[in-house]
Design a protein around this ligand. Structure first.
Ligand code: SF4
Ligand code: SF4
Length: 497
């Protein structure tokens, strides 16, 4: 039977709360991982027979490990402040995509098994057993949360739905119910070093062909070095940068920045991936195993600076978790003692006058900036308060003449997810992705109409991939999304350009 075509919801002036469509997205499920994929990560290959007891035990283990989880499950007063803050609820109208309802899927089982009132008077306190039906809901709706944390910004108690989603996914993996998309990719990183499963020889070929393109464009020998021992900087970037569009234009931009500033740098085959999908499935063991490749590479190559390319959740993993997972970084240059974002590096060079630009190269663009969730709400950048908002914008202003921000309710810490983050960037969830993009598309439409915006810059590989796919559903050109370093690469002065 042919799949029903996906129709994007109509664009409306923001904000409009949708009419409730109970159960609208219950049947929209990420493809489950098969036994081979699951077992490669040490998870059961299929739903275990005693899944109910195992899930409750795992829940108990997580409550003991993460005190925040217990606080989040206990603290909610059902005030409703978060209900209309999730892009998936706004796009689908399904009430179980309201953040509080998503949390309640786990909370009601928590109450039943871990609170005295839930054990004695379950109906009175909204406690429920973990039935197969409830587990089905977990699988649907915890895989329709991009862990973007927008809802937590509006919660008076700071309850973080993303942490609850991560716990639910960790429980599901532990009983044999993982998703194909996330877990297959994690397996590829363990085996080959990157999400794409791109082997070393193929990576070298790709980089050589990008060098040829750069030579043709600039007349210069701009290098993309691989595994060069003694380089000052190790750049760890999302593997999508190696060949996906528009991602590759940012990679070319990074190479031009290093070339123009005369900074010796290298990429690594062993750590040819900045993304860390271990975070999406809430599994710190997987996260650590992925991140360890970065530590091994930086030590092996003897680099003194560790720089992360344009990838939202990778930057969150680097900023918030690397020190715990793979630190300390006491071998780095004391002037750059912690991992840096590529935007910090470029911004610093701009501040020092070490690189210059011809803004007219971007004159054809009226640029806006989409803040990526994991950068906006899960990290910082540089030493400036709010650096994660200011630095990318300052770079854009330095390289392009026309910049306009979108509606303030949809940017910075209140930014809306692109609709594809948190392990959702898979074709099996295309309907969720298209509908979840609605609030960002509405904000974009407003600046297209008011200011003629024709380029939306972002610093996340997932945002770039997601927007390239969903923009046409909303009648926008897929080419209007690109990286900040794509704009940098267009405008940077390289001498003979
Ligand atoms: S974390 Fe993001 S995707 Fe998840 S419920 Fe909150 S707003 Fe929705
Ligand atoms: S805003 Fe916070 S306290 Fe209020 S319903 Fe949402 S999660 Fe619960």
């Amino acid at each position: 039977m042919a799949a029903t075509p996906i129709t994007a919801p109509p664009l409306k002036p923001y904000p409009v709360i949708p009419i409730l469509e109970v159960g609208a997205m219950a049947g929209t499920k990420s493809f489950p991982a098969n036994a081979q994929i699951q077992e490669a990560l040490g998870f059961p290959g299929e739903l275990v027979e005693d899944w109910h007891d195992k899930a409750i035990d795992k829940r108990g283990e997580l409550l003991g490990k993460y005190r925040s989880l217990k606080v989040y499950l206990d603290a909610c007063v059902h005030c409703g402040a978060c209900t209309d803050k999730c892009h998936y609820f706004l796009g689908t109208g399904d009430p179980k995509n309201m953040p509080v309802a998503r949390q309640d899927l786990l909370r009601k089982v928590y109450r039943r098994h871990f609170t005295w009132s839930g054990k004695l008077f379950p109906k009175l306190v909204g406690a429920e057993d973990l039935t197969k039906e409830v587990l089905d809901d977990w699988y649907s709706y915890f895989n329709q949360c991009s862990e973007c944390r927008r809802c937590s910004v509006f919660c008076p108690y700071g309850i973080d739905t993303a942490e609850i989603t991560m716990a639910a996914r960790e429980i599901m993996d532990s009983i044999g119910l993982g998703t194909k998309y996330t877990n297959e990719i994690i397996g590829k990183v363990h085996k080959v070093g990157n999400n794409l499963g791109l082997p070393a020889a193929a990576l070298q070929d790709t980089l050589s062909s990008i060098e040829e393109d750069l030579k043709e464009e600039t007349g210069l020998d701009i290098r993309l070095p691989l595994n060069e021992k003694g380089a000052e900087v190790l750049l760890v970037t999302p593997s999508a940068d190696f060949f996906a569009e528009p991602h590759v234009y940012s990679l070319m931009g990074y190479a031009k920045v290093f070339h123009a500033a005369g900074i010796p740098w290298t990429l690594s085959t062993h750590a040819s991936e900045a993304a860390n999908f271990g975070m999406f499935i809430g599994n710190y063991g997987q996260m650590q195993k992925i991140a360890t490749r970065v530590r091994e590479s930086v030590l092996d190559l003897g680099a003194k600076r560790l720089v992360v390319g344009e990838c939202g959740h990778a930057w969150r993993a680097a900023y918030s978790f690397w020190n715990t997972l793979i630190g300390p970084f006491d071998f780095l240059d004391p002037n750059y003692p912690v991992p840096q974002h590529i935007c910090e590096l470029t911004y610093d060079l701009i501040q020092r006058g070490a690189i210059a630009f011809d803004k007219s190269a971007n004159d054809k663009y009226v640029v806006t900036f989409h803040d990526s969730c994991n950068v906006a709400r899960g990290s910082r950048m540089g030493s400036l308060p709010g650096g994660q908002f200011e630095i990318p914008r300052a770079i854009i202003r330095a390289v392009a003449g026309k910049f306009v921000d979108m509606n303030p309710e949809t940017i910075r810490e209140k930014t809306f997810c692109c609709g594809g983050g948190g392990g959702i960037l898979t074709d099996d969830l295309m309907e969720v992705r298209v509908k979840g993009a609605l609030p960002r598309m509405e904000a974009l439409q407003a600046v297209v109409e008011s200011d003629g915006v024709n380029f939306m810059a972002t610093i996340c590989a997932i945002c770039k991939a997601q927007f390239s796919k969903v923009l046409p559903y909303y009648k926008f050109n897929m080419g209007m999304v690109g990286g900040v370093h794509q704009l940098v690469g267009n405008a940077i002065r390289l001498g003979s350009k």
